[in-house]
Design a protein around this ligand. Structure first.
Ligand code: COA
Length: 182
C-alpha cells in the first residue's frame, strides 16, 4: 500500500485527539525544551529560540512530505496541545515495520495523554496503514514510558545493548513491539 503523505486527525481514548503540528504549537515546544530528557532523545531544540522552533516545525511537516514519518500533536480533552507522538516509517519500504516515540509536556503528565496517543497511533498504523508491526525503545529506568508501552499492549522482546546514544553515551534499551498477530 502507498502510504499517505498527510497527517490525519485521529480520535484517541478519553477525549484526547491527534493532529498535525501547527505554527500555534510553539508554546508546547518551549515547555518540552525545558524538560531534562526530551531534548536528549528527540530533535526538540534546547534552547528553544523562535528560529529553532520554526525549524523544528518545518522539519516535522517535511518528514510527512518525504514519506519518513507522521509527527502528531497530542491534544487533551480541553483542547490544549500537551505532547507529541511520532510514527516513523522510513524503513517500511525495506522491512515493513515502523517505530514509534512519544513525549508529554511536564505539566500535563500522569493524566493518560501518552497512553491514549500511543493507542490511537498504533491502531491507525496496524489498521488503516496495515503495517505488520511497530517497535519502540525505552531506557530501563524510564518507568513512565515502560508503563505507557504496556498499557498500549506492547510486548517486551528483550534488551538491545548500546542501542541508542543519549547525551553522548550509548544506552541499552528495552525493545517493545505490537504486531498484527498480537
Ligand atoms: C513517559 C511519558 C511519555 C509518560 O506520559 P504520560 O502522559 O504522563 O503517561 P500516562 O499518563 O499515559 O501514564 C502511563 C502509565 O505510566 C505511569 N507513569 C507515568 N509517569 C510515570 C512515572 N514518572 N513513574 C511511574 N509511573 C509513571 C502512569 O501511572 C500510567 O500507568 P498506570 O495506567 O498503570 O497508572 C512522559 O513522562 C514523558 O514525556 N517523559 C519524557 C520523555 C520520554 O521519556 N518519552 C518516552 C521515550 S521512550
Amino acid at each position: 500500500m502507498e502510504l499517505p503523505r498527510t497527517v490525519p486527525e485521529l480520535p484517541a481514548a478519553h477525549g484526547f485527539r491527534l493532529r498535525r503540528w501547527s505554527w500555534d504549537d510553539t508554546e508546547l515546544l518551549r515547555e518540552a525544551a525545558t524538560d531534562p530528557y526530551i531534548p536528549l532523545t528527540t530533535t526538540v531544540p534546547s534552547p528553544c529560540t523562535p528560529a529553532a522552533a520554526a525549524a523544528y516545525l518545518q522539519r516535522q511537516w517535511r518528514r510527512t512530505e518525504i514519506g519518513t514519518g507522521y509527527p502528531f500533536v497530542i491534544v487533551d480533552p480541553a483542547g490544549r496541545a500537551v505532547g507529541d507522538v511520532g510514527l516513523w516509517v522510513g524503513e517500511v519500504p525495506l522491512r515493513g515495520w515502523a517505530t514509534v516515540g512519544y513525549w508529554v509536556a511536564p505539566t500535563a503528565r500522569r493524566r493518560g495523554a501518552a497512553t491514549a496517543a500511543l493507542g490511537a497511533v498504533t491502531a491507525w498504523a496496524l489498521g488503516e496503514l496495515a503495517l505488520p508491526g511497530i517497535e519502540l525503545y525505552v531506557e530501563p529506568g524510564n518507568t513512565g514510558s515502560i508503563r505507557t508501552a504496556e498499557r498500549a499492549a506492547y510486548r517486551c522482546t528483550g534488551l538491545r545493548p548500546a542501542h541508542q546514544v543519549v547525551d553522548g553515551r550509548p544506552r541499552d534499551m528495552w525493545r517493545y513491539v505490537r504486531t498484527q498477530q498480537q
